[in-house]
Design a protein around this ligand. Sequence first.
Ligand SMILES: Cc1cc2nc3c(=O)[nH]c(=O)nc-3n(C[C@H](O)[C@H](O)[C@H](O)COP(=O)(O)O)c2cc1C
Length: 368
Amino acid sequence: MSHNTFGKLFRVTTFGESHGPAIGCVIDGCPPLIPLTEADIQAELDRRRPGQSRFVSQRREPDTVRILSGVFQDERMKQQVTTGTPIALLIENVDARAKDYGDIRDKFRPGHADYTYWAKYGVRDYRGGGRQSARETASRVAAGAVAAKVLASLYKNVRIRGALIQVGTEKIDRKRWNWNEIARNPFFCPDAKSAAQWEVYLDGVRKRGSSVGAAVEVVAEGIPAGLGAPIYGKLDADIASALMSINAVKGVEIGAGFATAAMSGEDNADEMRKGARGKPKFLSNHAGGILGGISTGQPIVARFAVKPTSSILTPRRTIDTSGHDTEIATKGRHDPCVGIRAVPVGEAMLALVLADHALRHRAQMGGR
Ligand SMILES: Cc1cc2nc3c(=O)[nH]c(=O)nc-3n(C[C@H](O)[C@H](O)[C@H](O)COP(=O)(O)O)c2cc1C
């Protein structure tokens, strides 16, 4: 398979399958002298790891990352830094249970990628879904942690955060939004009351052997005006593509997104006033921090919809690899709501796009 590389200057190539010996990535184009340790990356991986609550897959993967190359420290240096050479990151798979997947060897799960991989390649690693498994997203989160360090080295006070804003039919109340709540519940939910209600709601979904979709919001603060390159390197287009590339994502919006269809020009326009240090002050942010494909200096805001997990216990009609009608009920360890663990993945993809664009901006504009 080709097309496993992401980014133009900050380039990430991921490799590995769900039930292979390991997954990982190679990052090429990372600038030198950026402080980087395994602990920096591990902290982010720990947020995406399965098995941390009853609302996610019970697969027990420690997701311990090893940096194989691209960093250096000797006795004269205070800390380990990147060298500007390829950074290889390795995460071993230690809890793969291929026997859980015997049933899907010859049958296609409706809603999953079993049929399309088979139709395209004529061969399919069905163990845990092979390369189509969201296990691959651990590599993205690892690379995203490095991208975040690159951004921090370029811009003061940059912060990229994500939140789960809807689970199935249950939405948060945005008036109760508190970023501090994210770390206090198993959902990355910024609304404590909704998080408590989701426990009951998702227990019901899980016990029925069913699944639900979700919506995630990601926000990047501290990104200056100027990132993004019209016409075919627009920042919003690249963010949309990156978020859409996450497994199970079926919709992406930037800023007010689909709500702009019902707005008037007066309501939608983000009015401007004279701000501090010669910079504008925007009175709203319907644009989600991007105009003409270029960042405005406001927070960059994107949302994405994640479909319900397709591997469910309820029998569904399907066909087998010989083309016969049959039924399938998927056993194995699956996330009842994959949107939960998609939150750190969304943050990572946003960090990767922004780091790539920051380097592209510097390449064209120098210090400007
Ligand atoms: C964090 C995460 C975990 C996932 N876990 C599962 C899972 O346990 N079972 C499943 O059927 N799909 C899971 N998915 C979704 C599938 O990987 C995805 O639906 C499949 O690859 C087909 O691709 P598509 O939905 O993007 O078309 C997960 C997705 C994410 C983002």
